[in-house]
Design a protein around this ligand. Sequence first.
Ligand code: AHR
Length: 659
Amino acid sequence: MMNIRKTAVLASLIVLCVAMAAGQPTVLRVDINQIKGKVNPAMWGLFFEDINMGADGGLYAELIKNRSFEFFRPLMGWNVLGKAQEGALLVLNRQEQQAANPRFLRVNTERSGAEGMGLSNEGFRGMGIKEGLRYDFSVMYRQRKPGITLKLELVDSAGRVIGQGRWQPRGDGQGWQKQSASFQATATHPRARLNIWFEGAGEIDLDMISLFPADTWKGRPGGLRADMVQLLADMQPGFLRFPGGCIVEGFDLSQRFQWKKTVGPIEDRQQLINRWNFEFRHRPTPDYFQTFGLGFFEYFQLAEDIGAEPLPILNCGMACQFNSAEVVPMDRLDEYVQDALDLIAFANGDISSPWGKLRAEMGHPEPFNLKMLGVGNENWGPQYIERLAVFQKAINEQYPEIAIVASSGTDPSGERFDYLNSELRKMQVDIIDEHYYRHPDWFFENASRYDDYDRNGPKIFAGEYAAQSVRIASPDNKNNWLTALAEAAFLTGVERNADVVTLASYAPLFGHIDGWQWTPDLIWVDNLQAYGTPNYYVQKLYATNKGTHIVPVTAGGKPLTGHQGLYASAVVDGNAGEVIVKVVNRNGDSETVVLDVPGIRRMPATATCIVLQSDNLDRMNTIDQPLAVSPKTETVEINGKRPQFELKPYSFTVIKIKR
Ligand code: AHR
């Protein structure tokens, strides 16, 4: 048995992997020459849905809430400043000319008193404002009686001005036009608001009142929050699933997600109520709407930016079966199928085609290289199979190269699942989307779920997984270390079976600490900061140590799926020339393991150990302690052929050895 000594450089760090000389260590045999299958390079990905203020109020960096007055209550999010005379502020509707964005605001200051008149926008649970940063204000306007200019003031919660600007309309043209004005913030504040004072006498129409920080992802005007995207990019995700989730289905079919209404100029994108606005009585969010500033073009662009394959999920002609359960009659399904075909054209089509042309006009003449398309989210029953079959036929005929992802419902077992699983296999769909929102025990117990799955049938997409510390949809669920450890254990089974489970993503992705409806979530944010949960670091460790081929890791000839509290999987990385072993120790005590890697003739002098661990299963990361449970990496020296490692209590360890 060989001792592992910590390198001198890291001697002061907490011991993560140390040699053990006593006890009866478990021998982990890693057969690096018995390749069991390839790992899909895109295997570990992301599930995005506009839930928990994931898009509006989150990833989409717009700071103004209800910028085009399309919420049910047109002035929700806005407060009148000063004294507005009767008729001085009017919400008008031009449905006939602009069906997608009918409302606008008419401001008349001719009778304003000395104290002036203005509007204040509260943002999404306030606005996160950063000292020294530039803020870009813009508005669509139409002059009626020139004379009004806007004084812009960012104010903190005590009313102190922390940024000032002025906006003056150019010319006195009658048609709608857009104009911007920028200014800098003088202080940082997490819950600021924007005051807009109307100065001078006149009348003006306003719409699409907008404020963006300059520090968006890649500095794109009207773009995404850079810190949130960075956390995604850091995971090196293989795919990005969007836009959901139940949001795809809608409460009823009129509220379903329609991608065509989310592309083109933002002022022409038709706002829709967010289905999470009223889903949970215990977490109502009456101000939750979808502006679609983050629309399908931006989703594709985001996927490309972070090196992920796009994976859109489309409505299959069925509304949420927990809500209205409306289905479109079969003889009216064509429109839905056409949406799917047109989406493929939008993503991949030549720029001479109408949809390819739109993509080019939006700034991306090159195709987005779409390879997979989901039909339906959590849909079930024969009504789903009947509709899916129509999509499958049409897509296969026109785009045989596109892999179809089909739903196996809401649960990973039970009558609904069994029915769908058997029907989808008969239909030979390409990929079956399985969802598991279960107690941590389920995750520990299901580490062998895929060991006996059919290797010749459809591939599996672990499309939405998350251990629930209490139960699904409970507001008390926590992203604690226990849930992450359970997922790490389960994912050893996913990795061991990466020849059949080719895609995996945690769900949901984002939660805003002041605006969430669903917990747990992979990443939590407030208006200024974002942090990864322990669950984030688990998936990140899989994604960033995915290897290229699966190899067996066994103890006593069997895979480690919980025996003596240990779970393991192994891959080799043909490019990096590495053996990567992932081991979960579920026990509250340290466990010693010996690595036996017969395929390696001579062990290298060092190994890398990455350890995610806490002695406290309730431990969580927070805004103040974002790295409480986060990976620690160290290089360790090894001597001889069968190195021995101590796995810390309640730990997930990634051991990397150069071949
Ligand atoms: O991730 C939250 C929700 O859980 C998703 O919208 C849905 O697909 C699942 O039920």
